[in-house]
Design a binder for this molecule. Structure first.
Ligand code: PLP
Ligand code: COI
Length: 341
């Protein structure tokens, strides 16, 4: 597809083919060279461990075209480190941070024409994934692995973009187990979330807000994004061993401090929802999605936060500041971005 034919301002969060993907295989005890491919397919053994026993992990990060025309990638070393933790959590071979970053630089550079123009609000989503490719019939880790990175230009994850959205919660569904794989980014977690996610959609909500899987007393996370609430100039976000440590959330906690907020990572009892002035979901795909209402499907309680049409003042400041750093409008004092040259 010619980039001149893309309607950058109206992109959704969906797949669009680009020019190239990059691949690297772990074989005979070592990682090979980075390969460039223009195929959208991978050859696969029918007994590959990823197909049968879910040996698959992934990452998600973005490249942004700045005000100055430069392309910046946000905190890729953090994604690289989480990619290692995910691999280790399901007994796959971890990819070294530097090799991961080299692959990111390469795949962005090769597809530079798909990095959306500045001002469209869109970005280039980078999706690395790792799979076990050795044939396995017994439940055992593979000894050969492949990492692939594909890219695709995207718009907002939630339809509303930076407009408030409604979410629901229920004690009938768990995304992960208390000591399970919730804190790593493995495909199985997302398969396990599909029933609840589709239920939320059917009922007209954008996402299911999960409670902690052990006691069902505390807020955990919001579909494929972390949760935060704001009250008394304080940014409050769940501390839980069953949620994915979001790099966006980690960055927002710092931005919140920089902007003069207090920051509290801690358990959030469900009832505390009634005291928040603002609430939101945050993540690479979700950026910040303000939440105007949480409906408890089990007892009908509704919690509302601010206006149904506009994000609250702190959410707006946090959003503008984070976006400002990502698009090169605000000085990156923390060294979070890398320009791809
Ligand atoms: N929680 C889950 C379950 C996710 O899949 C994601 C997406 O990566 C996030 C939170 C947000 O994490 P990050 O900000 O690192 O993208
Ligand atoms: C992300 O925010 O990058 C995600 O991976 C969320 C989702 C698309 C799985």
């Amino acid at each position: 597809m010619k980039e001149t034919e893309i309607d950058w301002g109206n992109l959704t969060f969906s797949y669009m083919p680009t020019d190239f993907n990059v691949r690297c295989t772990y074989k005979d005890g070592k990682w090979g060279e980075i390969e460039v491919s223009d195929s959208e397919y991978i050859p696969m053994h029918i007994a590959a461990s990823c197909l049968h026993y879910g040996q698959e992990s992934f990452e998600g990060l973005k490249a942004y075209r700045g005000k100055d025309g430069k392309v910046r990638v946000f905190r890729m070393e953090e994604n690289a480190k989480r990619f290692i933790r995910s691999a280790e959590g399901i007994k796959m071979q971890p990819m070294p941070v530097e090799l991961f970053c080299e692959m990111v630089r390469k795949v962005v550079k090769l597809n530079e024409r798909f990095v959306p123009p500045y001002g469209t609000g869109a970005s280039l989503y980078i999706r690395p994934f790792e799979i076990g490719i050795s044939p396995r019939v017994g439940v055992k880790p593979a000894d050969e692995y492949m990492v692939v990175m594909l890219v695709t230009p995207v718009g907002p994850y939630f339809k509303a973009g930076f407009k408030p959205t409604k979410v629901c919660m229920s004690r009938e569904y768990d995304r992960v187990a208390p000591k399970g794989t919730g804190s790593i980014k493995v495909g199985g977690n997302y398969a396990a979330s599909l029933v609840a996610g589709e239920k939320a959609h059917e009922l007209g909500y954008s996402v299911m807000l999960y409670l902690d899987p052990k006691e069902k007393k505390y807020l955990d996370e919001c579909g494929a994004a972390n949760f935060f609430g704001v009250k008394n100039d304080t940014y409050i976000t769940p501390a839980s061993e069953s949620i994915l440590p979001s790099i966006t959330n980690m960055s927002l906690r710092q931005v919140a401090e920089d902007l003069g907020m207090k920051v509290e990572p801690r358990h959030i009892p469900v009832e505390e929802l009634g005291t928040f002035e603002e609430a939101g979901a945050c993540g690479t795909a979700a950026v910040i999605s303000p939440i105007c209402k949480v409906v408890d499907l089990d007892n009908g309680t509704e919690y509302t936060f601010g206006s149904e049409t506009e994000a609250g003042p702190w959410s707006t400041k946090l959003y503008n500041h984070l976006r400002g750093i990502q698009y090169g409008e605000i000085e990156d004092t923390h060294g979070w971005t890398e320009v791809i040259e």
